[in-house]
Design a binder for this molecule. Structure first.
Ligand code: SAM
Length: 354
């Protein structure tokens, strides 16, 4: 990739040295190679989506949060072990101060060929400011979360968001040459009548659309039962208007895609509750405090921050990563608890990152 800053010799040696000292891909006990790391770079967000956060969230103290240099070191250690795809998420990744420094430094792994893809999941609010820079640093695709095209509903869902700002951000990303995939969470009684419109809008703008089933993560102060809408119903309703053709397309994530014959665009479904997508899981997630979650739907985690901060060499870090991957569970079992109406996991999505 010629428009990406090439890795200088010293950095290249660092990655190669790390590889030589800690050879071997990350393979879990079920034979799944870990090639995809999602990194939550901050727990803060400029929105308060009703299914994601409570309105009065308390955030982590700064000292607990990994510095940009530590995040770079952590990501690079995973790249040295065979991770080919990095996704920065949050919270809102683009509200982290100095985030472009991290994007720029990680882009050296694109330049060296060690990494196939560096990408972000964002709410789009800061894209007018950052789209051009992201493209210059080798980012090619973005996932932008957008649940509705109705400005009042958008404000009600995000509590603090402004639809025009996000639409402007998406336009800026497209103008900068970035491919955009729209992610929409299906919410009962909120946007369930809007998916045909969202689909036509996204596909009309050359963007894929993925619909996500709401997951019972974190106490958000509203009943999960009131939000939950099985995607089987969304799909059945869309199939009344559109021809949905099964296709093999995969992005390395959990979505299953169809092509919509009438628009020619792709439509993805992420269905953690109605369909378990664990068998082919190639992912792990790390939070902004350096906590590694081997599964989005389980509590088990490993502290990588202690290993990072204990020594300047990466030996302890790699040992901690190996130990954690050896505990990656086979899968998760989300249940919307109908009797107690409590979340399946106490952790919010904004902690682990989407
Ligand atoms: N702020 C960024 C954004 O809005 O895309 C990145 C973080 S956000 C936590 C990532 C994704 O998780 C968003 O698409 C959001 O809609 C989704 N999400 C959050 N809570 C969820 C939940 N309980 N169930 C399903 N998706 C959720």
């Amino acid at each position: 990739m010629d428009d990406v800053t090439p890795m200088n010799d010293l950095e290249l040696n660092d990655l190669e040295l790390d590889r030589a000292a800690h050879p071997g891909a990350l393979v879990d006990p079920f034979g799944r190679a870990i090639t995809y790391l999602r990194v939550s770079v901050t727990d803060r967000c400029d929105f308060r989506c009703v299914y994601c956060m409570a309105e009065n969230m308390s955030f982590l103290p700064k000292a607990d949060i990994l510095s940009l240099e530590e995040l770079d070191r952590l990501c690079s250690a995973f790249v040295a072990r065979g991770v080919r795809k990095l996704r920065l998420t949050g919270g809102e990744p683009l509200v982290r101060r100095g985030i472009m420094t991290l994007v720029e430094s990680l882009s050296r792994h694109l330049g060296s060929g060690a990494l196939d893809e560096l990408t972000l999941t964002t709410n789009g609010s800061q894209l007018v400011k950052y789209a051009g820079e992201l493209a210059r640093h080798g980012v090619r695709r973005l996932n932008v979360s957008l649940d509705t095209l109705d400005p009042d509903k958008f404000r009600a869902i995000t509590r603090w968001g402004d639809l025009d700002q996000v639409l402007g951000g998406i336009a800026a990303a497209r103008a900068a040459g970035l491919a955009v995939k729209i992610n929409a969470v299906a919410l009962k009684g909120v946007n369930e009548d809007e998916f045909d419109r969202l689909l036509e809008w996204a596909h009309g703008g050359g963007m894929d659309l993925t619909i996500i089933e709401v997951m019972p993560l974190g106490d958000v102060g509203e009943g999960r039962l009131d939000q939950y809408l099985p995607l089987s119903m969304v799909r059945a309703r869309l199939a009344e208007r559109f021809t949905l053709e099964e296709i093999d397309y995969r992005t390395g994530g959990p979505a299953r895609y169809v092509r919509v014959a009438e628009t020619g665009g792709r439509l993805g479904f992420i269905t953690p509750l109605t369909h378990n997508f664990c068998e082919s899981c190639n992912r792990v997630r790390v939070t902004c405090t350096g906590t590694l979650f081997m599964c989005l739907g389980q509590e088990d985690a490993a502290d990588l921050r202690a290993a990072l901060r204990a020594s300047e060499a990466n030996d302890l870090l790699h040992a901690a990563i190996d130990e954690a991957i050896s505990r990656k569970p086979k899968g998760h079992d989300f249940v919307i608890d109908r009797r107690h109406k409590r979340p399946a996991l106490a952790r919010h999505m904004s902690v682990t990152g989407g």
